[in-house]
Design a protein around this ligand. Structure first.
Ligand code: HC1
Ligand code: SF4
Length: 574
């Protein structure tokens, strides 16, 4: 420990602290902008590029950036001297002088960190005028928009893309006033190996990186009398949507979400969780088949599209490892346009399927032509949790006062096993529950597999079933996935099954969720809510879902059989 004095207040702090961390303990708020502490990911963006956190340190002639200056014993710091305040304001004014002022129509209006900082510092005029940069807006991808005009060069996206996700897409290009952050040669995003994981979008403080905005397409479908519009919601939405309406983190809003969707005018409100239960039936059968018939092991879960894109781009020699199963929302889309359309006698060409996803990569996944069946896209439009929140507000729906309603049948029926898909470890736990019953032929009494739970980025567990030890690996965050894949490639790994999710925390931490990065508590509260929702379910094992059983008996035939394989599986291209 060392003693430091902050604004006349002497405190003791660990010697590895920075001035910024020490000031938090002293109850002093030093404004920041580029700084981002992703504690659980052991990742700090400390580029000190914005110069907003400048403070006075006694006996030093220059101001020091609090975020990157370590404390030392006897240090005397003044955080809000006239000189520090002036320097801070100057840094922000300089940023604003080269930043568009179209806040009223900006996607981050009222949720922009630069806007909030300008307000906090009481900036009312900008003394610098001169040339402003004008860049082309990159809307080349289905998933995200890159607007360099709004970039403040904080480099958070670069840190997220390179250090957390190890994708290496974004870096600083050019110099001085011409500096930008972008892919090599400033290629359009669609021409890069971007996985659309959305980690960069989640950490961007402004609207330099945002999701592609597809709300107008949904309104158009809803207002078209010729269209039959079906919506489905991912497991992770129900534990995060409430945050957009002022509810506590970890609030479960399944019933209100269904009510809101009905009021928005969707013809059917279905649950991606039904698709997840079907996924488990297929994936568990596939794993059994691979174990019993000497197939390729380990089998990797394949429901996360950013992760699938990562393996295709970065480990093309391993594309035979993921399960061939399509992801749950694509499976549900397929079933809506086949099974449900036939049952209801509706022309699938008239059906529009909208997926509400916590994820940006799902937008690009839905556009993959190899997933379509009989020339129909399975899912037509994907909107994020944030976009759904915007629609509910635009429609004037008082979300907090909505009654709880139930999903429509039959494709709204789901089990606890499918709910836990939303958190890291959940997909593999759901698969283990089903495998356990199939391998033992007995009812599973204890469905909670604590060994598979947690928040560490890389985990492993051995689950014994009927005398057979299944070795399971779990990774979330693509940097952690890379480690597992390198072990498989080098032959070091002897797992039977591996779950990988691209986003830290799994889908609950997705790039389309209410902004949460820099606050580890939010993801943990969402995770607890997911497990509570699982406990609240009467049926907690996927293959016991009665509507899933009916689907196989009346339509698909055998799990992993010919028809199921044709409709519900795919292949991955190197
Ligand atoms: Fe996910 Fe999935 S769990 S991928 O994280 O397998 O997005 O929530 O919908 O499809 O079910 C996301 C979440 C989601 C799929 C399922
Ligand atoms: Fe990198 Fe993911 Fe952003 Fe693509 S979406 S640039 S892979 S962080």
């Amino acid at each position: 420990y060392v003693k430091v004095t902050i604004n006349d207040n002497e405190i003791e702090v660990p010697r590895e602290y920075t001035i910024l961390k020490a000031s938090v303990e002293a109850g002093v708020k030093i404004p920041t902008l580029c700084y981002l502490d992703l504690h659980d990911l052991k990742m700090i963006n400390r580029t000190a590029s914005c110069r907003v956190c400048m403070v006075e340190v006694k006996d030093r002639p220059n101001l020091a950036p609090a975020c990157s200056t370590p404390v030392n014993d006897g240090m005397v710091i003044v955080t809000h001297s006239n000189r520090a305040i002036k320097a801070r304001r100057m840094s922000v004014e300089l940023l604003l002088s080269n930043h568009p002022t179209d806040c009223l129509i900006c996607p981050r209006n009222l949720r922009c960190e630069l806007q909030a900082l300008a307000n906090e510092l009481n900036i009312r005029e900008i003394d610098y005028s001169g040339k402003m940069n004008e860049f082309h807006i990159d809307s080349s991808s289905q998933a995200l928009i890159k607007n360099q005009n709004k970039c403040i060069l904080c480099r958070r996206c670069e840190t997220a893309c390179n250090e957390i996700q190890t994708c290496g897409i974004l870096s600083a290009l050019n110099r001085g006033f011409e500096t930008i952050v972008g892919p090599a040669f400033n290629l359009p995003m669609v021409e890069t190996s971007c996985t659309y994981c959305g980690a960069c979008v989640a950490v961007c403080p402004t609207a330099a990186l945002t999701e592609a905005f597809h709300v107008p397409k949904v309104w158009e479908a809803l207002n078209d009398p010729e269209k039959y519009v079906v919506v489905q919601t991912a497991p992770a939405i129900r534990v995060a949507l409430g945050e957009l309406f002022g509810m506590e983190e970890g609030s479960i809003v399944t019933g209100k979400m269904v009510s809101a969707l009905r009021r928005l005018g969707f013809d059917q409100v279905f649950d991606t969780d039904f698709g997840a239960d079907v996924t488990i039936v297929e994936e568990a059968k596939e794993l059994l088949h691979r174990i019993n018939d000497g197939g390729r092991l380990p089998m990797l879960t394949s429901c996360c599209p950013a992760w699938v894109s990562f393996i295709e781009h970065q480990f093309p020699d391993l594309v035979d490892i993921p399960s061939t199963c399509k992801s749950p929302h694509i499976i549900l889309g397929t079933l809506i346009k086949t099974y449900f359309a036939e049952k209801m006698n509706i022309d699938p060409a008239k059906i529009v399927v909208v997926s509400i996803m916590p994820c940006i990569a799902k937008k690009a996944e839905a556009a993959r032509t190899e997933l379509s069946i009989d020339h129909h896209d399975n899912v037509d439009i994907v909107v994020s949790t944030r976009e759904l929140g915007a629609m509910i507000k635009e429609a004037g729906i008082d979300f907090n006062k909505l009654p709880d309603e139930e999903f429509d049948h039959p494709l709204g029926e789901s089990t606890g096993a499918s709910v836990i898909f939303g958190t890291t470890g959940g997909v593999i736990e759901a698969a283990v529950r089903t495998l356990h019953e199939w391998m033992t032929g007995e009812e599973l009494k204890q469905v909670d597999f604590q060994a598979l739970r947690g928040i560490d980025g890389l985990r492993e567990a051995i689950i014994s079933i009927n005398g057979k030890d299944l070795k399971i690996g779990i990774a979330h965050g693509l940097g952690n996935a890379r480690q597992l894949l390198e072990d498989i490639r080098s032959g070091k790994s002897n797992y039977h099954a591996i779950e990988i999710m691209a986003c830290p925390g799994g889908c609950i931490g997705g790039g389309g969720q209410p902004y949460h990065f820099g606050n580890d508590k939010i993801v943990k509260e969402r995770q607890k809510a997911i497990y509570r929702e699982d406990e609240n379910k009467n049926i907690r094992i996927s293959h016991r879902n009665p509507e899933v059983q009916k689907l196989y008996q009346t339509y698909l035939g055998e799990p992993y059989g010919e028809k199921a394989y044709r409709l519900l599986h795919t292949s991955f291209a190197p």
